[in-house]
Design a protein. Structure first.
Length: 96
């Protein structure tokens, strides 16, 4: 069974409201054993033209575990809290 990663590129439009999302998403990550690999932090462009504002990478033990997290009621609360606070671009990637 290979691992899986959720990779998110976030543009925060309402920082105060986004703090509420972070609270709920952190609780969901903990509940579903997501390993936080990257959550914000410094980004340096080294090739191409992609420059995410806020990058998040979560590791899960399997593709299915990542899907369960994404569809969970706990993450649903976070998603609701994020409405109007950020533009989210998120993908699920199979690991090795």
């Amino acid at each position: 069974m290979s691992s899986a990663y959720i990779i998110a590129n976030v543009t925060v439009t309402n920082p105060a409201q986004y703090e509420e999302y972070k609270k709920w998403s952190s609780a969901a990550m903990q509940a579903y054993s997501a390993e936080v690999c990257v959550r914000g932090g410094k980004v340096e462009l080294i090739e191409g033209d992609w420059m995410p504002e806020r990058l998040v990478i979560l590791k899960f033990p399997s593709w299915e575990a990542a899907q369960v997290f994404n569809a969970s009621p706990e993450y649903g609360k976070a998603r609701t809290a994020r409405q109007g606070a950020a533009i989210m671009r998120m993908i699920l990637v199979e690991g090795v």
